[in-house]
Design a protein around this ligand. Structure first.
Ligand code: BDR
Ligand code: CA
Length: 310
């Protein structure tokens, strides 16, 4: 199996991504780090601990950043009735309080420790703001050679979901994204171009619990019941699952090698992943940008992960 570290901000789609990663026999999840993002750090960390326990797994979870590298221009938490992932982060689902604690090391040091202990390079899968990964990159440049690749959910070649140009994870910490995108490790960017093709439609959500079904299928159904619902959403995007799937099932996305820069200028472009799709800058590509994804394959993988180890 491919050794990986997940960096998450659960988050409904993060929760589905965690389940996918833990059930997939082709992945060896060495650790999970939590970041602020969809909700505050105390909630995302708790949710990560709860999910690992729910899955009956003994995977260490580390506490990461509670805020971006630089002062945010806006607060993240909107009014509590407009929260896309629900108040607690997992939609309406309330899981039992975790009985385990996070590891002592903070996320960047924990990532470093896992890399040091490993005989083989490890793939990082960040699916929240890139703060933890950026802190690791800055603190441990000597360990970057042990990172096989970074498969991240974030950004977009075209469009955004916070401003017309900016995706939420990069929006949440543009300076961190700039650090990570320039770090020299091979990057696969599963951004909105691809993840918005991985929708699960309401009838498919209902089908998860038709007939005999597992407690994980029920959990997924319940979490999805409030996530990305309403007129602006024809279905719920499995954003973070796609980044996980791209590691063990690379054919699920089509990619283009591009130079990608992060816009740090104040304004509605701040946090934009500026993708040189046509090679006009002449700069060497630093990112494999996912431009499309296989929705039906993603759904198959989701269903498999809800049924048991696969
Ligand atoms: C990303 O933002 C979060 O809401 C999701 O968990 C996903 O990682 C999509 O823009
Ligand atoms: Ca996320």
């Amino acid at each position: 199996p491919i050794p990986v570290i997940l960096d998450v901000d659960p988050g409904v789609d993060d929760a589905l991504a965690i389940i996918l990663a833990l059930q997939c026999k082709d992945l060896d999840v060495r650790g999970i780090t939590a970041c602020f993002g969809n909700r505050q750090l105390w909630r995302t960390l708790r949710n990560a601990l709860q999910l690992v326990e729910l899955m009956g797994r003994d995977i260490p979870v580390a506490k990461g950043a509670s805020e971006p590298l630089c002062k945010p221009l806006r607060e993240y938490d909107g009014p509590d009735d407009h929260l896309i992932h629900g108040l607690e982060g997992l939609g309406p689902v309330v899981l039992p309080a975790p009985t385990h604690h996070e590891v002592e090391l903070p996320a960047p040091d924990f990532i470093a420790e896992l890399l040091r202990q490993s005989d083989e390079p490890i793939t990082l899968i960040p699916v929240g703001p890139l703060t933890n990964i950026a802190r690791f990159v800055v603190a441990y440049p000597e360990l970057l050679s042990k990172v096989r690749a970074i498969h991240l959910m974030g950004g977009a070649a075209v469009g955004g979901n916070v401003t017309p140009y900016v995706e939420a994870n990069i929006y949440s910490d543009p300076e961190a994204a700039a650090t990570v995108f320039a770090c020299g490790v091979p990057i696969v960017m599963c951004g909105l171009d691809a993840t918005l093709q991985c929708l699960i439609y309401p009838d498919e959500e209902e089908a998860l619990i038709q007939g005999e079904h597992t407690h994980l299928a029920q959990l997924a159904h319940d979490m999805l019941s409030v996530y990305e619902k309403g007129e602006e959403f024809p279905g719920s995007a499995l954003h973070d699952s796609l980044a996980v799937a791209s590691v063990f099932c690379p054919d699920i996305i089509t990619t283009k090698d591009c130079y990608v820069d992060i816009c740090l200028t104040p304004g509605e472009h701040r946090g934009q992943t500026v993708v040189d799709l046509e090679g006009r800058t002449g700069r060497a590509p630093n990112v494999k940008v996912a431009l499309s994804a296989d929705r039906l394959k993603m759904l198959d993988l989701l269903r498999a992960s809800l049924n048991g180890p696969f």
